[in-house]
Structures are given as structure tokens and as C-alpha cells.
Design a protein around this ligand. Structure first.
Ligand code: GAL
Length: 805
């Protein structure tokens, strides 16, 4: 009976919203357009009356560092990417309609860093952490309807050296304007979890924090509806008589979801939780939260279990930059990175070493990636003189709380990390802080495990593990000691948060391939060897002393079933940390994929291990000196053997032994055709061919997407390859390729993946590197055909046409 009455009420309510009597209780508007920017400092710029007419007009998200010139003298140093930092100001003038009875907020997903925001000359707040999301209430300082308001944001990234990698500078994530009624769901005010999950039913626990800014006691009802992927209601609950006597109240509800579709990395099924706050007949707020029903369990013997099934963590570490686009958030650029990683078989991402953009987590929810959401790279003890250690004491609690409250509803987030290689590991402050930080996480999210990426594998010396609060012990590197871990830390659960850190430059090969290069060889010796052109060989035989080749590292994880899996350092190359080289090296060598998004050879090693699709990848290129001895490698899977042929003549059949991850032939070079054939039970599975290329003759353009949205955000990543007359990639081509664009689009960035290139990313030309480069085309708001033409001296040009609508 109760159920029937409630149903009737629900029908009445939905009829009401259909008739539009209570439209738009909550209005969320993109606030990225129409900003002005000045690179420099001007104390007067916070005042509403300040004249910013001469400032540059731009749209957010924006990263001013990526627009700058590489220079060894830039204070961020090569470690920080060698690009300019400094101070910048943003201003936006806007007019609002009448907002009586409403609260108006501005939400920033992230500003790097030390930002202060003013509305009409009133300071709204200061936020030092460049990776944290925050909002300010504008209501008290807004001018009457129709009159102009001015928001001013000062961003100070001048204190350097700050980070150990490139951060970007500016309002580099999205900004929104949110208006609500005075009674509304609070900021990040819902917490949805699934304490019991079985095939028959899931309990969905919903905690909703309400705010009451009316200044009066109010009584409301809270209605929670679960919607399936198709928008059908599958469970609901109405809690009436909720008394809001003060400014806030929390309501707890429990719903039962019958026959739940589970969220997994292969089938990331998402429900939506629709929260409606009602005062009598009035809809005070409507708010949606994603829900994925899944169980995540770490087991000391069996590793990680997703929905009760063992799942090896096949992960990578990712910094937040998007290569040539810098730190400026772009959803398509993030999605492309994830798609390239997914094709390698990657199922997990560690956001090293800071909270990511919220859109990245949305993508991971939808695409089925597990995420380690990490809070800090340092606590009180510094890694660089101007890094977050200076703000830690005052801000860490608030920053961590905000991170957890923002991200705890994402099914992709499966573990929190309270820090990476924290220096307090080595003294008793580590114990105290680990306890404090873990308690903060658990208070806001008791459902997920907490870890920290550690380096010290001796329990007596590790003051963080000694705190006894970490649910999972995560270790970086030192794979030789893995077999000892269960003995040293009995009963614990393990994860490898960083493995490998091997160096590679796409398309570059040093012979012989079995010579190991440990660069640098220890913590005291500076690298004096290395290649004069700042390249690292792609044979997976170079790594720093703390790292290892990919093969050695992955083999150790594979042979340690008690380790839940690993995150390779790193998925993509990133700006900054150009180890092992000095300037002009300015981006990392660790990626399985270069900065432009082109896979290096080691990508296929993981693809052969991490996917069930047949893989056959042959390396290197086939342009060498006659008579030179060349090591030919093949990564393969789903086959028993590989046979190699040079100009039709067999060079023998090779098979991987139980612990091998590739096969190799040592071949005296002769120009022509190298062909590998993989076979299973005598049947050909795959064939892979590399031919000796002649002189560069033409350009080839391949767009990753040719149907784009005319939203001024969408991107097409166009791969440029320099080919000989017969269509073979010229493996050392370095031609300067120029791009012209006609139609409603522009070049958002160019790159070639070479870690020591001093060419700017914001340009309409790029030299090919080892035969390839990239141009990124961004749409405008106008629809139409976009044609990109690529030309280079002495080469036949190429063009490609995209449709934007
Ligand atoms: C680790 C560190 C990472 C990165 C990596 C390079 O020690 O956690 O941020 O610096 O080394 O190997």
C-alpha cells in the first residue's frame, strides 16, 4: 500500500516536471568562454573597474606554459619540461539574469597553481594546490541582474623549481557556473556505495548531504531513483520529513537493486542515481551521480579480484599532460590516450601522482579502466625546494578531503593512494602522517582500500608500512626482492605501483641488442655515456639503476601471483623528467608510447602479454649498412613459433621458452624484404614484413577520426608518415612538413615524439622524426569541411578532408 501511494506521488511529481512548472532547479553552465588573459602580474587587475581591453581574449582550459619557448634557463628546469612558468591573470566579465532566491557558485576543476579569485574586487579565496577542484560562492558579491560582474583570477606558478615533471600553468581545467535553490545537494554531496553485491541483488547505500541557505528551518523530502543504462527506473526510495534546522543535514538511504548488471573492465555497465530534493510540490534540486556495481577485493595469495574473479592489474602510470596540448584538458585527447592504452591490453591507470581531471575519471568509468587515485608526491619533506611540501601542513587535510569527496562515486576508482615515494617513509613522522591521512580517507570513504607507493622493502626501515594502516602495500621497482615480500610482510596484500622505467626513443636502435645499458649505473655516478643525439634504443635494453628492462620487470610480476599486478612506468612519454639526459632533452623516455602518441616497440611486448588477440611485431626497421650484423626481434602471441625470412630465404624458426618474452635472430644485413610468419599447429597466424626503404618521396596523412563535432573542442590526430616511392616508411626521414588548414579548424599542436626537439608545439610545421610526425586539428563552432594539406620540400604533398558538424 505504501509502495502504491509513493508511486502515485512519484507520477504526480514527474508530471509536474514534464509540464515545466519547476524548471531548472540546478543550472550548470560551461563557463570557459570569454576570458581575457595577461601573462605577467598587475595588482590592480583584481578590481572590477580595471581595464583589460588590451589583454588577450581566449577560452579555457588554457595552459600558458605549453605556448612558450623551450629554454634551459627557464626556472622550471628540464625536469619541469624546460618551458616558462611565472604569473598570469585571467578576467571574465559576465551578466546574470535575476538570481533572487538562488545561490550562485563558480567551480574550478584545477588551476596550476597558487590561485586567488576575486569577484567584483572581493576576494573569494586562495588555493595553493594546482591539482585540486574547488568552488566559491558568488552570491553575496553579485551585482544586480543585468549589470556586469567581473571575475579575476591570479595564478602564480613562479616559485620554481616546483614539480619533478611538467605541470602546465594557468586555468588548465574546466570552469562551470552553477546556480541552485537555497535548499540543494551540497558540493560533492552524494556518496553512493554498494555494501552488498550478489548476482541476485545489490544494496545501494546513498548518503546525501543537503545544504540549507534559507536561514529558516525547512522540511524536505529526498527521493532517490536508480536508472539503468537505458534510463529505466530500477529502484527508488522516498524519505520524507527531513528536517533542515541548521545549514546542513545528511540523509542515509538504502535501496535494493535486483539482478544488478555488474561494472567490469570489459563490460563497464553504468547506472545513474537521480537525487531529487522536494519541498512540498517544489523541486528544490535534481542531481545525478554515476553508479557502477562491482566488488573489488585484494587477496594476499590470489591477487586482485573484480566481482569475485581474479583480474591481473595490467596498468600504466600516467602524468596529466596531453603532449603537444600541454596540461589544458581536452576530453578527446584523454580518450585517445585511453584508447591507445586499451589496444595494448591495459586495464588500469595510476594517476601519478595527483588527482586527475574529473573527465578522465568519467572516461575510465565509461571505458572500463580501474584507477588508482593518488593524492600527493610529497608530504612535509620536500622533493624540490618550491613544491607542495610548503603548503602541506596547512592544506593537506582539506585537499585530501576534497579529492575523496569529489572522486568517491567513480566505479573506476578502486584504490586510494595517500602518496608516492614519500620521504617520511624513513622516519617516525611517516607513521603518524600515514595514520592521519588514512583516517581521513576512511572517514569519507570506508569502502575502498588505501595504499601508498613505497620504495623501502625492509619492514623495520619503513615507517609508513609500520603504521599498519595500509590495506595494500605497493612497491615501486626492486623486482628482484618480490619473492621476499610475503615473508617480510606476512599476511599483507601487494601491488607493484611502478615497474621498469626503461628508456626508449621511437624508431631508434643501438646494436647489439643484448648489451644492457644501466643509465645512470648508481645514485652517485653521473651519466657520461649515452648517445650523442639524446636517443635511447628501442630494444628494451636501457634503464636507470633503480629500474629494469620491461621484460625483466614484467617477468617478475608474472612470476609473483601474490602481487595483484603492476603499473608500468610509464604509459605515455610526458613532458619533463628527461632522464637519463641533460638539456636539450626535455621530455621523458619512459613511455611505451611516445609524446605524439605513436607506440614504441615495447608497447607490443605488453600487447602480446596482456591481450588474447594474436600479436606479431617485428623490429627494427630494415635500412642498415650491407654486412652489418642486425638483431631482429619479434614479439608474438597466440602462436607456437615464428619463422623469419630475408628475401625469401628462411633464417630459422624460433620459439619462446617459458620465461622468454621475445625471440631474436642475429642477421647479416642485406637490403630487401624481411618477413616473419607466426604459426600455431603449423597454421599461419600472422605475417609481418619490413622492407628496405628508398629515398623519401611522398607524404602520407592518416586521420584518427574524420567526422568531428563543431564544438570548438573536438580533435583529429593526423599521423604524418614520410614514405619512399613504393610506400615504405623511411625510417630516418627528418623532412620539415608544413601544414595549411582551410575550413573551420586549426592546428592545435604538432609533435614528432623526439624527446630533445626544441621545436615549439604551437606551430604549423614540424620536422619528421624517424619518418613520422603528428598534427592535431581542432574544430571551431562553425560546421563545414576542414582540409589539411601537408607539404615538404622534395616530397609529393598529401591532403585529408575532415567533416565537422
Ligand atoms: C619514481 C617516481 C616517478 C618517476 C620514476 C622514474 O621513483 O615515483 O615519479 O620519477 O621514478 O623512474
Amino acid at each position: 500500500m505504501l509502495r502504491l501511494l509513493s508511486l502515485l506521488l512519484l507520477l504526480l511529481l514527474s508530471a509536474q516536471s514534464i509540464f515545466g512548472e519547476q524548471p531548472g532547479a540546478r543550472v550548470t553552465a560551461d563557463f570557459n568562454q570569454g576570458w581575457r588573459f595577461y601573462l605577467g602580474d598587475d595588482a590592480g587587475a583584481k578590481d572590477a573597474a580595471f581595464n583589460d581591453a588590451a589583454w588577450r581574449a581566449l577560452a579555457l582550459p588554457h595552459d600558458w606554459s605549453i605556448e612558450g619557448k623551450f629554454d634551459e634557463k627557464n626556472p622550471a628546469k628540464p625536469e619541469g619540461g624546460g618551458l616558462p612558468t611565472g604569473i598570469g591573470w585571467y578576467r571574465k566579465t559576465f551578466v546574470l539574469p535575476a538570481t533572487a532566491g538562488r545561490n550562485v557558485f563558480i567551480e574550478f576543476d584545477g588551476v596550476y597553481k597558487h590561485s586567488e579569485v576575486w569577484l567584483n574586487g572581493h576576494s573569494l579565496g586562495y588555493r595553493p594546490n594546482g591539482y585540486i577542484s574547488f568552488r566559491y560562492e558568488l552570491t553575496p558579491y553579485l551585482r544586480p541582474a543585468g549589470q556586469p560582474n567581473v571575475l579575476a583570477v591570479r595564478v602564480d606558478n613562479s616559485a620554481q623549481p616546483d614539480s619533478r615533471w611538467y605541470t602546465g600553468s594557468g586555468i588548465y581545467r574546466n570552469v562551470r557556473l552553477v546556480t541552485t535553490h537555497q535548499v540543494a545537494v551540497d558540493e560533492w554531496g552524494t556518496f553512493v556505495s554498494t555494501p552488498n553485491v550478489s548476482a541476485q541483488a545489490a544494496t545501494v547505500a546513498v548518503q546525501t548531504q543537503l545544504r540549507n541557505a534559507t536561514g529558516q528551518p525547512r522540511t524536505v523530502s529526498l527521493q532517490t531513483v536508480l536508472l539503468d543504462r537505458g534510463g529505466q527506473e530500477v529502484a527508488w526510495q522516498l524519505t520524507s520529513g527531513v528536517k533542515l534546522s541548521g545549514t546542513a543535514a545528511t540523509v542515509s538511504q538504502k535501496l535494493t537493486l535486483k539482478n544488478p548488471h555488474l561494472w567490469s573492465v570489459t563490460k563497464p555497465y553504468l547506472y545513474r542515481v537521480k537525487t531529487t530534493v522536494l519541498a512540498g510540490q517544489t523541486v528544490e534540486d535534481e542531481y545525478e551521480t554515476p553508479l557502477g556495481v562491482r566488488t573489488c577485493v585484494f587477496d594476499g595469495q590470489r591477487g586482485f579480484l573484480l566481482n569475485g574473479q581474479p583480474l591481473r592489474i595490467q596498468g600504466v602510470n600516467q602524468h596529466h599532460d596531453l603532449g603537444a596540448l600541454g596540461a589544458a584538458v581536452n576530453v578527446r585527447a584523454m580518450q585517445r590516450q585511453l584508447q591507445i592504452l586499451r589496444a595494448m591490453g591495459c586495464n588500469s591507470i595510476r594517476m601519478s601522482h595527483n588527482p586527475p581531471a574529473p573527465e578522465l575519471l568519467d572516461l575510465c568509468d565509461r571505458m572500463g579502466f580501474l584507477v588508482m587515485d593518488e593524492a600527493f608526491d610529497m608530504w612535509q619533506k620536500k622533493k624540490n625546494s618550491q613544491d607542495y611540501h610548503l603548503d602541506f601542513k596547512e592544506w593537506h587535510r582539506r585537499d585530501l578531503e576534497d579529492q575523496i569527496r569529489r572522486d568517491r562515486n567513480h566505479p573506476s576508482v578502486f584504490v586510494w593512494s595517500i602518496g608516492n615515494e614519500i620521504r617520511e617513509q624513513f622516519d617516525s613522522t611517516g607513521t603518524r602522517l600515514a595514520r592521519e591521512l588514512t583516517a581521513t580517507v576512511k572517514r569519507l570513504d570506508p569502502t575502498r582500500p588505501v595504499t601508498s607507493a613505497l620504495t623501502e622493502q625492509v619492514p623495520e626501515k619503513n615507517f609508513i608500512s609500520q603504521a599498519g594502516v595500509l590495506d595494500v602495500l605497493s612497491f615501486n621497482y626492486k623486482h628482484a626482492d618480490y619473492p621476499e615480500l610475503p615473508k617480510r610482510f606476512p599476511g599483507q596484500k601487494f601491488l607493484a605501483t611502478e615497474i621498469a622505467a626503461a628508456y626508449e626513443t621511437r624508431g631508434h636502435y643501438d646494436l647489439p641488442s643484448d648489451s644492457l645499458r644501466i643509465w645512470p649505473k648508481d645514485g652517485k655516478t653521473k651519466l657520461t655515456t649515452g648517445n650523442a643525439d639524446f636517443t635511447a634504443s628501442s630494444y628494451d635494453h636501457a634503464a636507470p639503476y633503480w629500474g629494469a628492462t620491461h621484460e625483466a620487470a614484467w617477468r617478475a610480476v608474472r612470476n609473483s601471483p601474490f602481487i595483484s599486478g603492476a603499473f608500468v612506468w610509464s604509459g605515455f612519454d610526458y613532458l619533463g623528467e628527461p632522464l637519463p639526459y641533460p638539456w636539450p632533452a626535455r621530455s621523458s623516455y619512459f613511455g611505451l608510447i611516445d609524446l605524439a602518441g605513436f607506440p614504441k616497440d615495447a608497447y607490443y611486448l605488453y600487447q602480446s602479454e596482456w591481450t588474447t588477440q594474436p600479436v606479431l611485431h617485428l623490429l627494427p626497421h630494415w635500412n642498415w649498412r650491407p654486412g652489418q650484423t642486425v638483431d631482429v626481434w619479434a614479439y608474438y602471441s597466440q602462436a607456437d613459433e615464428v619463422e623469419l625470412f630475408l628475401n625469401g630465404k628462411s633464417l630459422g624458426v624460433k620459439k619462446k621458452g617459458a620465461d622468454d618474452l621475445h625471440v631474436m635472430w642475429r642477421v647479416p644485413f642485406a637490403p630487401g624484404t624481411l618477413q616473419a610468419i607466426s604459426r600455431r599447429a603449423g597454421k599461419t597466424i600472422l605475417t609481418s614484413t619490413v622492407k628496405t626503404a628508398g629515398p623519401a618521396a611522398k607524404i602520407e596523412l592518416t586521420a584518427d577520426r574524420s567526422q568531428l563535432r563543431a564544438d570548438a573542442k573536438d580533435l583529429s590526430f593526423i599521423t604524418v608518415r614520410v614514405l619512399d616511392a613504393a610506400g615504405n616508411l623511411v625510417p630516418d626521414a627528418a623532412n620539415l612538413v608544413k601544414f595549411t588548414v582551410s575550413g573551420p579548424g586549426f592546428v592545435a599542436g604538432v609533435d614528432n615524439g623526439y624527446q630533445a626537439s626544441m621545436e615549439p608545439f604551437k606551430a604549423s610545421e614540424r620536422k619528421a622524426y624517424n619518418g613520422m610526425c603528428l598534427t592535431i586539428i581542432q574544430t571551431e563552432e562553425q560546421a563545414g569541411a576542414i582540409t589539411i594539406k601537408a607539404t615538404a620540400d622534395g616530397l609529393s604533398p598529401a591532403s585529408v578532408t575532415l567533416t565537422s558538424n
